[in-house]
Design a binder for this molecule. Structure first.
Ligand code: FDA
Length: 403
């Protein structure tokens, strides 16, 4: 089959692939981007509740999880959130900070996709959608300068640089595939274990009963797993637990591990109960707590305390021993999730192409000249809050400078 000769082929038209394509195109490289879905940037479109949380004002390497915590540093420092904000402002796209440095579009996520498409257009990138890659090979007969042959259902491309920007496994209905991992393995790279992340928990047994009875209740909590803690909102659902605090901690959680929840992080229940005792308050515990907690939760929580031998009664009547039990019950509530909602709803995939095999400056595979990996397909996973897109922009940009 005769192949189209081109400088760079990028597989995957998501955040990282589009950024890499435009950057390389502006350098004068002839770039062809292949996307198997019917349009590019589908995850950008569905992100941030339709308003794309496109970056964060305070991006630090500590916001990322990877077997090599140093790997992300170089790219993040060379393409920062300020750089992306400058691009957004250049296109006149209005945005706002929601909370904790998270920047969202005022209008629609489509504004971000349009910026990237415009950039690709100006940079002369050719974009092929509904284009399934069926195989890639490297021609080693030309020595170290061997080109890649990328075969698609629409024809073949021969290129000097091949960029894998196929993302992770989350939301298969949006086009997610494990193709990037397979390609990595084909070329002798290792992959770390993958798992759905930034994902709600499922519960079983009595914990599920509690969640079901409180479904719809949202409240600020601190959730901890191991040495990591997040203060944010928690949402009880019919299947378990969700909300930003839960999604954040899921990045650090492994199957079978305990999760501890402080349901009253802004108060000290021991101090409150002693204060109420001094004040000789005769309010019932569940009513007194309703000042600080959603009423439905306070009632349920107090009824659950009965299993500890502590009943609902006027707050001035609790013994020191009962107070200690209530402290544990509210500030250190421990449960073991039965699992997660999986890739169907996960925002990201934790794990991926092992960064030990990748140059952190160029994103090129150390042992395969011309083969690059960018974005979520790599073993770099960000926190909730715009960090995953910032990784996609940064890694895509850096690779775009070298392909
Ligand atoms: P991405 O998944 O974006 O792109 C990969 C592309 O490759 C896809 O277009 C896919 O179709 C294509 N592809 C896969 N296999 C292929 C093959 N074999 N051939 C051709 N093409 C192939 N992050 C954030 O920072 N802020 C946010 O607000 C959100 N919100 C959010 C909401 C939801 C619902 C999800 C699922 C995810 C988020 N994220 C997020 C995470 C963010 O979307 C994600 O980290 C980035 O999109 C990753 O960018 P990539 O370009 O690496 O992959």
């Amino acid at each position: 089959m005769s192949a189209d000769e081109i400088d760079v082929v990028i597989i995957g038209g998501g955040a990282a692939g589009l950024m890499c394509a435009a950057t390389a195109g502006y350098r004068g490289r002839r770039v062809c981007l292949l996307e198997h879905a019917n349009k590019v940037g589908k995850k950008i479109l569905m992100s941030g509740g339709g308003r794309c949380n496109f970056t964060n004002l305070d991006v630090q390497p500590g916001n990322y999880i990877s077997n090599n915590k140093h790997f992300c540093k170089s790219a993040l420092s060379r393409y920062t959130s300020e750089n992306f904000i400058e691009l957004v402002e250049r296109y006149g796209v209005a945005y706002h900070e929601k909370e904790k440095g998270q920047l969202f579009c005022n209008n629609k996520s489509k504004d971000i996709v349009n910026i990237l498409l415009e950039e690709c257009h100006h940079a002369g990138v050719s974009i092929n959608t509904q284009c399934k890659v069926v195989g890639c090979e490297k021609d080693e007969t030309g020595g170290t300068d061997g080109r890649f042959l990328v075969e698609t259902e629409q024809g073949a491309h021969r290129c000097q640089s091949l960029v894998v920007a196929t993302g992770g496994l989350s939301i298969p209905t949006m086009g997610a595939t494990g193709f990037g991992y397979e390609l990595a393995k084909q070329f002798g790279l290792l992959c770390t274990e993958t798992a759905p992340s930034l994902v709600p928990y499922t519960l079983h047994g009595s914990w599920l009963d509690i969640a079901k009875s409180l479904a719809g209740v949202a409240m600020p909590v601190t959730v901890s797993c191991g040495r990591y803690s997040f203060f944010d909102s928690l949402l009880f659902t019919h299947r378990g637990l969700s909300g930003p605090s839960i999604l954040q901690i899921s990045n650090y959680w492994n199957y079978g591990e305990e999760v501890t929840i402080d349901f009253l992080p802004s108060q000290n229940i021991k101090a409150l109960l002693h204060q109420w005792k001094r004040e000789k308050s005769r309010a019932e515990l569940k009513n007194a707590l309703s000042k600080f907690l959603p009423k439905r939760f306070a009632e349920k929580w107090v009824s659950l305390a009965a299993s500890l031998g502590v009943s609902n009664k006027p707050v001035n009547q609790y013994s020191d021993k009962e107070i200690e039990a209530l402290v544990e019950h509210i500030h250190h509530f421990t449960l073991v999730p039965s699992g997660t909602e999986g890739y169907r709803t996960a925002e990201v995939t934790r794990g991926g192409v092992d960064t030990d095999g990748i140059c952190s400056k160029t994103m090129m595979a150390k042992r395969v000249d011309g083969l690059y990996f960018i974005g979520e397909v790599l073993d770099v996973t960000g926190w909730l809050g715009g960090f995953n897109f910032q990784w996609a922009w940064a890694s895509g940009y850096c690779a775009g400078l070298y392909v």
